[in-house]
Design a protein around this ligand. Sequence first.
Ligand SMILES: NC(=O)c1ccc[n+]([C@@H]2O[C@H](COP(=O)([O-])OP(=O)(O)OC[C@H]3O[C@@H](n4cnc5c(N)ncnc54)[C@H](OP(=O)(O)O)[C@@H]3O)[C@@H](O)[C@H]2O)c1
Length: 572
Amino acid sequence: MELCSTTLSFSSSTSILNFQSPKFPKRNFCEKISNPTLPKPFLQIHGKPHTLIYEQNSTRLSPRTYRPSISAKSGKQSWDLGRFIKTLYFFNGPPSPAKFFDFLVGKLSSPSTSESVMGTSDIVLVAGATGGVGRRVVDVLRKKGIPVRVLVRNEEKARKMLGSDVDLVVGDITKDSTLIPEYFKGVKKVINAVSVIVGPKEGDTPDRAKYSQGIKFFEPEIKGDSPEKVEYIGMRNLIKAVKNNLGLRRGKLLFGFEGESYRELSWGALDDVVMGGVSESTFQIDSNGSENGGPTGVFKGVVSSANNGGFTSIRTKNFSEPEDLSAYDGLEFRLKGFNTEKGKWQLIQLPFSSLRPIFRAKTVSDAPPFDPSNVASLQLMFSKFEYDGKLNETFVEGPFELPVSSIKAYINDPITPRFVHVGSAGVTRPERPGLDLSKQPPAVRLNKELDYILTFKLKGEDLIRESGIPYVIVRPCALTEEPAGADLIFDQGDNITGKISREEVAQMCVAALESPYACDKTFEVKSVIPFSEPFTVDPENPPPEKDYDIYFKNLKEGITGKEALQQNPMPV
Ligand SMILES: NC(=O)c1ccc[n+]([C@@H]2O[C@H](COP(=O)([O-])OP(=O)(O)OC[C@H]3O[C@@H](n4cnc5c(N)ncnc54)[C@H](OP(=O)(O)O)[C@@H]3O)[C@@H](O)[C@H]2O)c1
């Protein structure tokens, strides 16, 4: 496949980041752009003639002091052939006829458009979409015009229930081999309403009349897979399958040191030696140079415009698998002494949305948008050249040094939940000392008989809380088939009992996707209507949709109901 490269520059291209993406459609930019500023050898070194570069728009840069433009001083110095060959060898490996053959075959056989993927828009995946809450979640999302994909076990049942045109993937969360990465392309958020199936011991009618009445009205038993398999192992499989698509709250470390984590990359110098210049750079690890005395990477060298050169860079070898950064909004660098901030550690954010496509140092107006789902390498560059004939105003010849302790992909603030989980009130109660079980719902009383259903639901919740994915856990009290619209009671600490409509829960889950107030919270919810009282609404005059933020605003992080267990641990 044809390889294209994208380059991001931060702060007026004192440094440039270069990402390579194998997924851009093959286009002949060479024909469109004449008179390139950078000479050909720069591009030919990778055997990729259609190199496309993305740089950050300089109007978004942090303030800096004005420096007069520096005109290129060209002198003649002896060129280092050895370094040129070393550079070629580092990025391309030893010359081999087999590689040349592969390259030729790739060129002849690669399609002219990018590979088709299942979808690229921001899709919400609904797991458990054939369930009582799940199918209503699908309805609410559709009514709001939000792209939805469903993960179901039974295609026929799902198409009958949700329509033949539903965007559907077939998988069973208890079997991780069924959750293939292709299913999750384009998925940015998940609403999980999967549940172990609980039904009446004596069986149900075809229209599931007993299920509709609720667990209070029948003697329940587990049908099919155990709670451990569905609620715990299934949750682990589901989280693993979607984690990369949803992203991590604290970002994805691409290079460097962060707390106890370290990620190494194979960096090599790619200096103007490839076009006859004499600039030279390296990337080294300084074992105690970071702001807290730990290790940091250091990009350093000497840049010179002799022999018409004027740039140094370090670039990673292509990653074995391209990085999918589509869950993130940009890159964040922890570095020191950048721009005017001499000697200071800074956090520099470079939003993907601020990138501009560049080919051979010129803006490409009709280039495809930057695709963060296929990042194959990173490059930091210190260059005299900008794009469209401009020179870097801050460029100064001579020695330079840029400590870089980490490079991460980040999510923009405010962060909203990306994994909405429908759990259950009562999950922390079976072990709770001093609880009057006679006043508790059947699942709490029958936890042991139901193969520890609530224990495994809690373990499943813990996996979400520990995953690093921005989440919200909605724990409804007993679910009913009644309409939405009753006033609600939100609570935390896992103490309340009561009932709530499945429709209401579905609406709340969809609203939570957009609410920063709901992020990383666990809460219980019921309606104000007592169990003994039915709740109806006039279909001609339905109640207005609620502003759930009013409730979400009062929620606190870190309350799960497990606190009660920790304060009063059960005697062993
Ligand atoms: N019932 C209550 O009173 C109550 C109270 C509080 C909380 N909750 C909780 O609320 C949540 C939603 O309840 P609900 O009434 O909507 O549940 P439900 O109607 O029983 O739906 C369960 C869904 O999970 C799917 N599922 C089960 N095992 C699966 C697997 N291995 N892989 C993929 N999908 C699987 C089912 O698919 P199939 O159609 O293929 O079976 C179904 O779509 C559940 O977590 C439930 O425990 C319920």
